[in-house]
Design a protein around this ligand. Structure first.
Ligand code: KIV
Ligand code: ZN
Length: 524
C-alpha cells in the first residue's frame, strides 16, 4: 500500500518529548539516540525528539537525532514565541526536508483565563503569528490547540481555520488532560471536519492522554471520524498517567483492520524490543498484565485456556506473539552453540547487530549459559540490552563479594575499575544490597539516595535472570538505572553503578565542577 493512501494512519511517536515528561523517565543523549534508532527500525513516520528551547540537553538531542536518524521525520516542539520557533528550527535543520516544527498554544477557556490571561482574539493572533514564523523555516509546520477537547467547538474551529490559512500543514487535536470519552472525542473530530472544510487539505492528528485510561480508545474513535495521525509513546509513557500507547493502538488497528479499515506502516515485530529498551533506559517497569508487551500478555494460565490453545490457537489468542516480536520459542542454544546459530536466532528476534556488538552479545550469552540451565529469549533480551547499553562505563564492576545471613552483619567488598585503575573498598549495611551500594558510594565518592528499587524476574524458574530498576537522587540530579543478572545483588550493584556513571558523566558534561564530596575522598 502506498504512503499517501488515504487510509494510512501516521504514527507520530513522542516518547522522547511527552514520554520524557513522565516523572523519573528522563533520558540522556545516548539513551535518546538508542530509542531513535529503534523507532526508525520500527518505521514510525515522525519522531518528536524534544522541546529544544527547554534546555541545552533537549536542543542537543533534537539536533543529534535530526543529524543521525534516517527515515522518519524529526520534529521539535515550540511555543508560539519567536525564540522557541527559531531554536526549534535550528535543532531540526539537519533533517532537511524531514524536519518539522510543532507549535502549540492553549485554546480552552480555562487556559485562556487562568494560564494565559488572554482573550480569544489575542489567542488567534498569537497562533497565526507563530505558524507564519515557523513557515519561514520549513513548509512542514504542525499546530496544536492545547486542551482542544475542552475548548468551545466554535472557537476551536475558528483557531483551526486561522492556522491552516497561516500555513499549518498538520493540525493536531490534543485531549491534553485525558478528559474525553470516545464518543465525545470522535465528535470533536467529526465536528471540525463539518465546520472547517480546509481540514481536508491538511493532515489531522490526535494526541490523547490517559488520565481516565481512555487514550487508545479516544485515538481509535478519532481515526474512525477522519483523523489520520496518532501521537503516541512506547509503553504509553508520558505526563501523569501517560499518553496513548503506541504498541496498543498499532496492534488494535492491525488486529481489527476488519472494522477500522485503516493501516499503519509500523513494523510490529519491533514492538516488544522497543518496549523492553524504553523500560530499560528509563527504569520504568512495564506492568506484567500490560496489553501487547506485558509479561502475561500471551501467557495462558487456566487449564481450559491452555487446552483450547493446544486444540486451536485462535480460541484464546487474537494476535500471534511473533507479530509483536516475541518469538515464542525459548532459546535452544547452549554454551557450546556457535556464533552463526546465535546470530540467526537474534535476527529472528529482531536484533540486527554490528560485528562488534554481536561479539559482545555472544560473550554475554556464553556467560549466562554457563550459569543457567535454560536460557529464555527474555533472559537474552535483558542481558544483551545490558551489554550493549551505551551508558558510559566510567566505573565498571570487577568484583563483588557480599556476606549476609542470620546473625551476620551484612558486608560487601567491591572492586571497581576506572580507566585501568582498580579501586577496592568494603562497607557494612542493612542488608547485602545496601552494603554493596554504600561501598560503591565510597569508591566513586558520591552520595546517592535510593528513591525507588524494584526487582522483577525476567522469566520463570529459581535461576531466572533478575532485572533491577533503581531511581537515585544525587542531590543535583535524579537518575534511573537498570541492570540484570542471575545474582540479584550483582544486578542491584550494576543498576546503581549505571546511575553513578550517568551522574558523573552528566555532571562533567554540564561543566559543573565535581562536588566537594567527590574531591574530598580521593583514594588509591
Ligand atoms: O498534551 C498536550 O496538549 C501536548 C501538546 C504540546 C501537544 O503535549
Ligand atoms: Zn501531551
Amino acid at each position: 500500500m502506498k504512503k499517501d493512501d488515504k487510509n494510512r494512519v501516521i504514527i507520530f511517536d513522542t516518547t522522547l518529548r511527552d514520554g520524557e515528561q513522565c516523572p523519573g523517565a528522563s533520558m540522556g543523549l545516548r539513551e535518546k539516540m538508542e530509542v531513535g534508532k529503534v523507532l526508525a527500525r520500527m518505521n514510525v513516520d515522525v519522531i518528536e525528539a524534544g522541546f529544544p528551547i527547554a534546555s541545552p540537553g533537549d536542543f542537543e538531542a533534537v539536533r543529534a537525532l535530526a543529524e543521525k536518524i534516517r527515515g522518519p521525520e524529526i520534529c521539535g516542539l515550540a511555543r508560539c514565541l519567536s525564540k522557541d520557533i527559531e531554536c526549534c528550527a535550528e535543532a531540526v535543520a539537519p533533517a532537511g526536508k524531514r524536519g518539522r516544527i510543532h507549535v502549540f498554544l492553549a485554546t480552552s477557556a480555562i487556559h485562556r483565563k487562568f494560564k494565559l490571561k488572554k482573550a480569544e482574539k489575542e489567542i488567534i493572533k498569537l497562533a497565526v503569528t507563530g505558524v507564519q514564523h515557523a513557515r519561514k523555516f520549513t513548509p512542514n509546520v504542525q499546530f496544536s490547540p492545547e486542551d482542544a477537547s475542552r475548548t468551545e467547538p466554535e472557537f476551536l474551529a475558528e483557531v483551526v481555520r486561522a492556522v491552516i490559512d497561516a500555513g499549518a500543514t498538520t493540525i493536531n487535536i490534543p485531549d491534553t488532560v485525558g478528559y474525553s470519552i470516545p464518543s465525545e472525542f470522535g465528535q470533536v473530530i467529526a465536528g471540525l471536519y463539518d465546520h472547517v472544510p480546509a481540514l481536508n487539505k491538511v493532515t489531522v492528528h490526535v494526541h490523547c492522554h490517559n488520565d481516565l485510561g481512555l487514550a487508545v480508545a479516544n485515538s481509535l474513535a478519532a481515526v474512525q471520524n477522519g483523523a489520520r495521525g496518532i501521537e503516541c509513546t512506547i509503553n504509553g509513557l508520558g505526563e501523569r498517567a501517560g499518553n496513548c500507547s503506541l504498541e496498543e493502538v498499532v496492534m488494535a488497528i492491525r488486529t481489527r483492520a476488519d472494522r477500522m479499515k485503516v493501516w499503519t506502516g509500523i513494523n510490529t515485530c519491533e514492538l516488544y524490543h522497543a518496549s523492553r529498551l524504553v523500560s530499560q533506559l528509563t527504569g520504568m517497569v512495564v506492568q506484567r498484565n500490560k496489553a501487547i508487551v506485558g509479561a502475561n500478555a500471551f501467557a495462558h494460565e487456566s487449564g481450559i485456556h491452555q487446552d483450547g490453545i493446544l486444540k486451536e490457537r485462535t480460541t484464546y489468542e487474537i494476535m500471534r506473539p511473533q507479530d509483536v516480536g516475541i518469538s515464542g520459542t525459548d532459546l535452544v542454544l547452549g554454551k557450546h552453540s556457535g556464533r552463526h546459530a546465535f546470530r540467526d536466532h537474534l535476527e529472528k528476534m529482531g536484533f540486527h547487530l554490528s560485528a562488534d556488538e554481536m561479539e559482545r552479545a555472544y560473550g554475554a550469552f556464553i556467560r549466562l549459559a554457563d550459569k543457567k540451565k535454560t536460557v529464555y529469549d527474555d533472559d537474552l533480551v535483558s542481558i544483551i540490552q545490558d551489554e550493549l547499553s551505551e551508558i558510559p562505563q566510567y566505573y565498571t564492576l570487577e568484583y563483588l563479594h557480599v556476606a549476609s545471613g542470620t546473625d551476620t552483619i551484612p558486608t560487601a567488598t567491591v572492586r571497581l575499575k576506572k580507566k585501568g585503575e582498580i579501586i577496592q573498598d568494603a562497607a557494612c549495611g542493612d542488608g547485602p544490597v545496601d552494603a554493596a551500594l554504600k561501598t560503591i558510594d565510597r569508591i566513586a565518592e558520591v552520595k546517592g539516595q535510593l528513591l525507588d528499587y524494584s526487582l522483577q524476574a525476567v522469566t520463570r524458574g529459581k535461576d531466572a535472570v533478575g532485572e533491577v530498576s533503581v531511581r537515585v537522587d544525587f542531590g543535583s540530579r535524579i537518575l534511573n538505572g537498570k541492570a540484570s543478572s542471575t545474582d540479584i545483588v550483582e544486578a542491584s550493584a550494576k543498576a546503581y553503578l549505571n546511575c553513578v556513571n550517568s551522574f558523573i558523566v552528566q555532571e562533567n558534561a554540564g561543566g559543573k565542577k565535581p562536588s566537594k564530596k567527590r574531591n574530598a575522598r580521593k583514594k588509591k
